[in-house]
Design a protein around this ligand. Structure first.
Ligand SMILES: [Zn+2]
Length: 41
């Protein structure tokens, strides 16, 4: 897994970035928050 360059707005720690399909999801370990990010073509 890779660390995202973005920080969780709640915990201020880097998201874990996990590739899924066309994009990736970002998960915060600390608050278990999940954020979706899809690449724009
Ligand atoms: Zn968090």
């Amino acid at each position: 897994m890779e660390l995202s360059t973005r920080l969780c707005p709640l915990c201020h720690v880097p998201f874990l970035q996990i590739p899924v399909g066309d994009g990736s999801i970002e998960i915060c370990e600390k608050c278990q928050g999940t954020f979706f990010e899809f690449d724009e073509l």
